[in-house]
Design a protein around this ligand. Structure first.
Ligand SMILES: O=C(O)CCC(=O)C(=O)O
Length: 262
């Protein structure tokens, strides 16, 4: 693929070539973003927000429940959400301008269950390749601590039918209902390869709207698995607000200007 490098300031040609290949054939890709020290600062900030939330409403929150829209409460996280390299990657992969959609943070301590297999497009109702969800690894992620796995190439599938499992549903927390108990059904006899996830602390995974993915329980006895997640929509594309996330387009270029001066 010939890439017009004049358009890109934050991604190298090698990164763009790799991303282009991954997007075409795999449905997920990853880039380097932060140093370990920078991630430590993000972890500190998220931990502070989580503890404040929990102590403000102890009846409502379990210790490690996901945190919705943390960027709204923290300039540090708003800066991360509008990171120029992430925006550039999303513009490249969706071929156009983007708006911000959502942020949240996951804290997966040992023993925490994973998330059932799903396509993000099912929840947001977006068209093919019209939303990208990213996950910044705040620890090293691997199968032992329950990393996200993907069915390679499954982004070429349409939105799949969903199947309920009442027993799994009961494992959700009362404030975060979409983790378990509703999973997509893969086509019978499919031969998509399940690819385990490995991310180093500070790397970012980008997921195509339709790639089928999920995560396993954290079986590690000592390590957490935390991540900062964000969604970026192709400008003008349809999306569903959702009962839980109540999505609204966020002007990510305004945030980038404020925090990065570009
Ligand atoms: O990190 C996880 O356990 C799951 C993340 C995920 O599935 C998603 O962001 O759509």
């Amino acid at each position: 693929m010939v890439i017009n490098m004049n358009k890109y300031r934050h991604l190298s040609e090698e990164e763009l070539q790799q991303m282009s290949f991954d997007w075409r054939f795999r449905g997920f890709t990853q880039i380097e973003l932060l140093t370990e020290l920078e991630v430590d600062e993000i972890n500190e900030e998220l931990n502070k927000l989580r503890l404040e939330r929990n102590s403000a409403e102890p009846e409502k929150w379990q210790e490690y429940e996901p945190f919705m829209y943390p960027h709204k409460l923290s300039d540090k996280l708003a800066k991360l959400f509008s990171h120029p390299k992430i925006i550039e990657a999303c513009e490249f992969l969706m071929d156009g301008e983007v708006v911000g959609m959502q942020t949240w943070a996951y804290f997966k301590p040992k023993g925490e269950l994973g998330r059932d297999q799903h396509q993000n497009g099912f929840y947001t109702g977006c068209g093919h390749n019209e939303i990208i969800n990213i996950a910044l690894a705040l620890d090293n992620h691997d199968p032992e601590n329950g990393s996200v796995w993907n069915y390679e190439g499954s982004h070429r599938l349409p939105v799949l039918p969903m199947e309920d499992n009442e027993e799994r549903k009961a494992t959700n927390t009362s404030n975060w209902r979409s983790e378990r108990g509703i999973s997509c059904v893969m086509p019978e006899g499919h031969d998509f390869r399940k690819v385990n996830g490995y991310l180093k602390k500070g790397q970012v995974a980008l997921l195509h709207s339709h790639v089928v993915h999920g995560s396993d329980p954290n079986k590690d006895t000592t390590r957490m698995r935390r991540n900062f997640l964000a969604g970026y929509l192709k400008k003008g594309a349809y999306f569903r607000a959702g009962n839980q996330m109540k999505r609204e387009p966020i002007d990510i270029y305004e945030l980038r200007q404020k925090h990065w001066g570009e």
